[in-house]
Design a protein around this ligand. Structure first.
Ligand SMILES: Cc1ncc(COP(=O)(O)O)c(C=O)c1O
Length: 419
């Protein structure tokens, strides 16, 4: 029954799906801070600090590291619409749902998307990517880093060099990986990347941290345009085709996020507070510790699932540490298990898309939720739900196996910025 004027009082949940995840209370606190005017020096200082925090998070010296207002796909779209001109060839090695999203956006930008497909649960070798670049000679290679739909992470360490050799720009969607595993933008020679707050950064959906280097900035400047009413005297337009989105025009956003402070949109103040706090928390914990915490949770969770008699999905050498795919056993109704997890235990786990829908569950251990107690509670609840649905998991096997992994680890299960 609806109650229009009832209190907003969401049921408490442990969000262990592929995102969004539970928000760190410190991020929620940051979001309740007072509003500031857009050009208040206190606010522009927060903008600059957010840029510096993002550089450290992305392990880059890129000046252009800032926020796009919108969910993660807003960042994807801002980069692609600003970089891909009509007619440009973009190679998209796709190993899951979000590869198709990149290709779709490229097409909407008027680009020619060349999609390389691979069986879900696997990733591309550098040689496969290089061979396709040789064949198609794209201007841009757009690839998802970690695809939550399959739980796989595409290794990128060698792809940047390949792209440079063939004079292609490399863009990656790091929505699911940033903060949970290594994303080394400069070392890997990634030209542009985007992400979201709602996964390993423990924030709400609605802000997309992006970064790009001078190669991308140059390409954007060639398409430079400033809307009437704020155009500075003597402004000269770029000679490339105008970027077909105003909101996502990286050129105008660069003018807004730089010393020029040329007004564009009204920056989403509370989301900027959230992003600044979310990134600050990850950096204060330490990137290496944060990655190790995600790896440990993944090791414990997968050990528990296997001990319960379940089979993991995909090439385990390339599984992201922050989300785990596991086959739904034959004869078990996957949605019924998820229903019991949610309604009896207050735990959300994910289903999947496309060819994997109804075949695997996806269990997230991301950001603030990536903690020993959640891994153990989730395994205990899953075991009980499976038994209710006719699958006889050995009582206690999952939790015991996960506990053993945690006991063996030589790192504290959780060390937050505060401790
Ligand atoms: C790899 C990847 N890219 C893009 C997105 C889209 O993000 P959003 O729903 O925040 O727009 C997601 C969301 O799950 C994702 O996992």
């Amino acid at each position: 029954m609806t109650n229009l004027f009832g209190d907003l009082n969401p049921p408490p949940r442990i969000l262990m799906g592929p995102g969004p995840v539970g928000i760190d209370p410190r991020v929620l606190r940051a979001m309740s801070m007072p509003m500031l005017g857009q050009f208040d020096p206190a606010f522009t200082a927060y903008m600059n600090e957010t840029m510096e925090l993002l550089r450290q998070l992305y392990q880059t010296r890129n000046k252009w590291s800032f926020l796009i207002d919108g969910t993660a796909r807003a960042g994807v779209e801002a980069i692609l619409v600003s970089v891909v001109s009509p007619g440009d060839k973009v190679l998209v090695p796709s190993f899951g749902r979000f590869g198709f999203l990149l290709a779709e956006i490229v097409k909407r930008c008027g680009g020619e998307a060349i999609v390389l497909e691979r069986e879900w649960g696997t990733v591309f070798t550098p040689d496969e990517i290089e061979a396709a670049i040789r064949k198609h000679n794209p201007r841009v290679l757009a690839v998802v880093h970690g695809d939550t739909s399959t739980t796989m992470a595409q290794p990128l360490a060698q792809i940047g060099d390949i792209c440079r050799r063939h004079d292609a720009l490399l863009y990656t969607d790091a929505t699911a990986s940033l903060g949970g595993m290594n994303v080394a933008i400069d070392a890997w020679k990634v030209d542009a990347a985007s992400s979201g707050l709602q996964k390993c950064l423990s924030g709400p959906p609605g802000s997309s941290p992006i970064t790009f280097n001078e190669r991308v900035a140059e390409a954007v400047r060639r398409r430079r345009h400033v809307e009437g009413g704020i155009r500075p005297a003597g402004f000269v337009e770029g000679d490339g085709p105008i970027i077909s989105s105003n909101y996502f025009d990286l050129g105008m956003l660069m003018d807004y996020w730089s010393e020029m402070r040329l007004n564009h949109h009204t920056e989403a103040t509370s989301m900027l507070y959230a992003a600044r706090e979310a990134v600050r928390i990850v950096l204060a914990e330490g990137l290496e510790h944060c990655f190790a915490r995600h790896r440990l949770a993944s090791d414990a969770l997968t050990a528990g699932l296997v001990a319960m008699g379940l089979k993991l999905f995909g090439d385990q050498r390339h599984k992201m540490p922050n989300v785990t795919g596991v086959y739904i056993p034959d004869g078990v109704n996957g949605d019924a298990v998820r229903g019991i997890m949610l309604n009896d235990f207050g735990i959300e786990i994910g289903t999947s898309f496309g060819p994997l829908h109804g075949r695997i569950w996806r269990i997230g251990t991301m950001g603030y939720v990536c903690r020993k107690e959640n891994v153990l509670i989730c395994l205990g609840a899953l075991e009980a739900a499976l038994r209710q649905c006719g699958f006889g998991a050995r009582a206690g096997a999952g939790v015991d196996a996960a506990l053993a992994v945690y006991r063996k680890a030589d790192m504290p299960a959780v060390r937050s910025a505060a401790s």
